[in-house]
Ligand binder design. Structure first.
Ligand SMILES: Cc1ncc(COP(=O)(O)O)c(C=O)c1O
Length: 475
């Protein structure tokens, strides 16, 4: 077994030159099920959930860990998350329905979203879910009206605009006054005063989310400060003791895994290589805040207080790879700019066209997201030959480099020499926001998904679409 920077002991390994996932030969899986193929690890899902649960040790309050289903919600994955003892955050009535089908109880579910429809609210209220996160005053009155009509009381939590900027990708910022989510704190606090005695609303918490893939833990200190200031203010103005504070998700995943030589913009590199322990990030912030709150009156606010986290990416991203086959290859003269480049030793561009495009990895196009690529069958060989990589779609943006020339992705991917059509490659860290955002663009089938169970057995948890899936709902 040779060691590599991308290796994760016991999970992703090169055994006799072939990539293995939890002991399963990736190429054999690709031969059996075809590509593109997502392969997830249940063991890794549990490992990531346990890592996040360590936050419980530093806060001393009950922790409610809710996996953000939007990151990946194939039923087999939802069930694996449930079996690992984790609760769920959903973002639509569809995800809520899937959660119930997967066996989550209402008490285990938290419902976000900024454009909720009445039927979604009815479902959430009927199932007595843990909390509906409210996005606006309008939505709060809609929830109250809906709960009254069906004769129930809705558990709600108000989503605040924290005005916390993060050094993540601009599309992943959610906490600015210019972002579309949540309500201004003053509006929210006024709502607590006005609706305190509503028989149809239990306003039991406040919520914020500081965006995804945050490279700097400081945003969590700022988030906690804001939530605690809210907790105190609501108590002093209304006498209401909140039942929960929800810190959202956003913990980063190291997508580069030591590929420091990559030719990428510095800020991109820092964001993609971010890596810190969630428990460590929250530890010092939590203690500083508890001390600053100090007074006896305020300490009673911690009694019966639950802290919520809603991580998606940090639970699921590094649990999966996407296997793809090279379907075409060609050579082209190099562009003038590359011929001048002293580092460029190859005379022609060697193109490889794979079967994994932005139809299954949308962020590769929208956010120029980097997924590290290796050869699955020649994992032990030097990856030192530069290729231009592209997917199968009839779209010039379906490439593995930054076609807008902004240097947000490397121009070339390094693989062993003489990669040919038929060779199987693996894109790493592909579990989050991949299949969940996939489409049938160009009449392409949504791919199958394997889950390697705790006992090492590979189970197909989603079959590949077939022809009828392409026209299923067309009338
Ligand atoms: C409200 C909310 N909570 C949780 C998440 C999950 O974020 P992440 O996958 O970065 O942990 C998101 C995603 O952006 C979100 O919008």
């Amino acid at each position: 077994m040779t060691s590599h920077v991308w290796q994760i002991a016991g999970l992703l390994e090169d055994i006799d030159g072939r990539l293995h996932v939890d002991g399963n030969d990736a190429v054999t899986l690709a031969e059996k099920h075809g590509t593109p193929l997502f392969v997830f690890s249940e063991k890794r899902i549990r490992h990531n959930i346990d890592r996040l649960r360590k936050v419980q040790d530093v806060i001393g309050c009950p922790l409610k860990l809710c996996y953000a289903a939007k990151a990946m919600s194939t039923m087999g994955i939802l069930r694996a998350v449930r079996d690992a003892g984790c609760d769920l955050e959903v973002n639509s009535g569809g995800e809520l329905w899937k959660a119930l089908q997967a066996g989550f109880t209402g008490e285990q579910i938290n419902f976000n979203g900024n454009s909720k429809e009445v039927w979604e609210l009815e479902l959430a209220i009927t199932k007595d879910i843990y909390a509906i996160q409210v996005d606006s005053l309008y939505e709060l009155s809609l929830i109250e009206e809906t709960a009254k009509r069906i004769g129930k009381r809705a558990n709600v939590s108000l989503r605040l605009v924290p005005e916390i900027a993060s050094d993540t990708h601009s599309g992943l910022q959610t906490a600015l006054v210019t972002s579309k989510f949540g309500m201004m704190p003053d509006e929210a606090f006024a709502a607590f005063r006005e609706h305190r005695d509503s028989p149809h609303l239990d306003i039991c918490g406040i919520h914020l989310h500081v965006g995804s893939q945050n490279p700097d833990p400081i945003v969590y200190t700022q988030a906690l400060e804001m939530l605690f200031a809210g907790l105190k203010r609501i108590f002093s103005e209304t006498g209401t003791k909140l039942k929960h504070l929800n810190i959202g998700g956003g913990f980063p995943v190291d997508y580069l895994r030591g590929q420091s030589e990559l030719d990428l913009r510095d800020e991109n590199k820092q964001m993609l290589a971010a890596n810190f322990e969630p428990a460590t990030a929250l530890d010092s912030a939590w203690h500083a805040i508890r001390e600053s709150i100090g007074s006896e009156n305020a300490s009673q606010l911690f009694e019966d207080l639950t802290i919520l986290l809603e991580p998606g990416r940090s639970i699921i991203a590094d649990t999966a790879i996407c296997l793809t086959t090279v379907r075409n290859a060609k050579q082209r003269p190099k562009p003038e700019s590359e011929i001048q480049n002293p580092k460029s030793k190859i005379e022609k561009d060697h193109w490889l066209l794979t079967d994994a495009g932005f139809n299954i990895l949308l962020s590769m196009e929208t956010y120029k997201w980097y997924y590290h690529l290796i050869s699955a069958e020649r994992a032990d060989e030097p990856h030192d030959f530069p290729y231009k990589l592209a997917g199968p779609l009839c779209d010039g943006g379906d490439v593995y480099f930054d076609h807008e020339g902004q240097n947000r992705l490397p121009e070339y991917r390094l693989l062993p020499r003489d990669i040919n059509p038929g060779d199987v490659l693996a894109l790493l860290n592909c579990g989050a926001y991949s299949l969940a955002q996939a489409s049938q663009y160009n009449g392409r089938f949504l791919p199958p998904v394997m889950l390697i169970r705790e006992n090492g057995e590979a189970e197909l948890i989603r079959k590949r679409d077939d022809f009828k899936d392409l026209i299923n709902n067309d009338l």
